[in-house]
Design a protein around this ligand. Structure first.
Ligand SMILES: Cc1cc2nc3c(=O)[nH]c(=O)nc-3n(C[C@H](O)[C@H](O)[C@H](O)COP(=O)(O)OP(=O)(O)OC[C@H]3O[C@@H](n4cnc5c(N)ncnc54)[C@H](O)[C@@H]3O)c2cc1C
Length: 375
């Protein structure tokens, strides 16, 4: 019996997750990717699989399910990963207050978090700035992959274990019900899933013009430590990250903290800067980021933004001895109406799956399973 055919456009994490879910549902899947290998948002991120940033309930469960799938992919392929949780640091009484409230709220939902005092933090982790440190919130659920390796490996996994076919270096120019055109070539399929990330307006532009969606540009840096064996032991962020993720609104005193940041750190807030560091299995330290929202960006990165990121990094990490090895930017699509994702059917048999914002690595596998189960 011939299987039903599906074409997925885009080999970023959303396309890969969709291809996986379709294949497990019995579709014969072909992924068509414009570039010779994935070079979009999915390889430019921290590689943080970060359930802590997701609100309790459906979103947190989606993140946990996605992490489980990441582990299946990694365990089948030998992809390295570090399941070493995440740490929020507090250097001000109001940050410490928020962390305590979050610990209480998350514990009610049985999320595995604990408050750590300074000596516990020093014992468990390295490189933390201890001057003025009041304590931290540790969560054990988070996991790190190196996205550059992980995305390529996930594609190879789909090919080898699920028989997904990949066509690289072919731009899709048009999609209609049951067919996809690239230049003069036509590919037929029963269903087509468009997972083209920040290039969303290039297919069905008139639909995207009407949607509450924009783009976000982020600046990132990568370092190596001058001590080759240096490991932090987790991913770490400073207080500013608390105002960037919906899940932290569970803390009653978050608005007060935000008010202080608005008064004292306006430049950071204007550039959407909050600072996190993730360390991959080779010891490289990925640091970011800033958030600029627009449909079209200047192609230039701002040295000043990188300096602000570095200055803030030094408030919670001893990073002066780290050597900067790379800088880059990444762009992802972001819903402007508070929604966490986008799933549309513009024509019969054609689906748009997009809009996961800053959490695509954390959520895509679970989200794709949910979406594909409805087809
Ligand atoms: C700097 C940065 C840091 C981040 N950190 C994290 C993090 O730590 N954890 C986390 O969970 N999330 C993080 N994110 C978010 C996450 O990376 C994104 O949500 C996710 O990568 C989006 O995946 P995607 O598949 O939609 O997009 P992409 O990875 O951009 O993939 C889209 C693909 O579609 C292809 N394409 C486009 N048009 C066509 C066409 N016409 N024909 C064929 N192919 C086409 C593109 O070439 C591209 O490969 C971060 C994002 C950035 C930018």
């Amino acid at each position: 019996m011939q299987s039903t055919k599906a074409i997925v456009i885009g080999a970023g994490i959303v396309g890969l997750a969709t291809a996986r879910a379709l294949s497990l549902k019995g579709y014969a899947v072909t992924v068509i990717e414009r570039t010779d290998k994935a070079v979009g948002a999915s390889i430019r991120n921290f590689g943080m699989l970060w359930p802590i940033g997701q609100t309790s309930g459906k979103m947190y469960q989606r993140a946990i399910r996605s992490k489980q799938i990441w582990k299946e992919v990694a365990d089948s392929t030998g992809l390295p990963y570090l399941e070493n949780g995440s740490l929020h640091t507090a250097y001000h009484a109001d940050e410490w207050q928020v962390l305590q409230e979050l610990a209480a709220e998350f514990s009610k939902e049985n999320r595995p978090v604990s408050l750590l005092n300074i000596s516990e933090m020093q014992e468990k982790f390295s490189g933390l700035q201890t001057e003025g440190l009041l304590g931290g919130l540790y969560s054990s659920t988070e996991m790190i992959v190196d996205p550059r390796e992980a995305i390529a490996t996930a594609a190879a996994y789909l090919e080898e274990f699920l028989g997904v076919q990949f066509i690289w270096g072919k731009q899709v120019n048009e999609v209609t019900s049951h067919s996809v055109r690239s230049g003069k070539e036509i590919y037929k399929a029963d269903i087509v899933c468009i997972c083209n990330g920040a290039d969303f307006e290039t297919l069905f532009p008139e639909i995207f013009n009407e949607l509450p969606i924009t783009k976000c540009k982020l600046q990132m840096l990568r370092f190596v430590s001058d001590q080759p064996a240096f490991t932090i032991g987790t991913s770490v962020c400073g207080g500013l990250s608390l105002i960037h993720y919906k899940s932290f609104t569970a803390a009653a005193s978050l608005p007060k903290l935000k008010q202080r940041y608005e008064m004292e750190m306006a430049e950071y807030l204007n550039a959407g800067i909050h600072v996190m560091v993730s360390q991959n299995n080779r010891g490289e330290l990925t640091v970011g980021d800033s958030h600029e929202y627009a449909k079209t960006f200047e192609p230039f990165d701002s040295a000043h933004i990188n300096q602000l990121i570095l200055a803030y990094l030094q408030t919670f990490m001893h990073s002066k001895q780290w050597q900067l090895i790379q800088t880059w930017n990444g762009v992802y699509p972001k819903m402007t109406n508070g929604e966490t994702d986008l799933f549309l059917q513009p024509e019969p048999g054609v689906y748009i799956i997009n809009g996961l914002g800053g959490a695509g690595m954390t959520l895509s596998f679970g989200f794709a399973e949910e979406v594909v189960s409805t087809l």
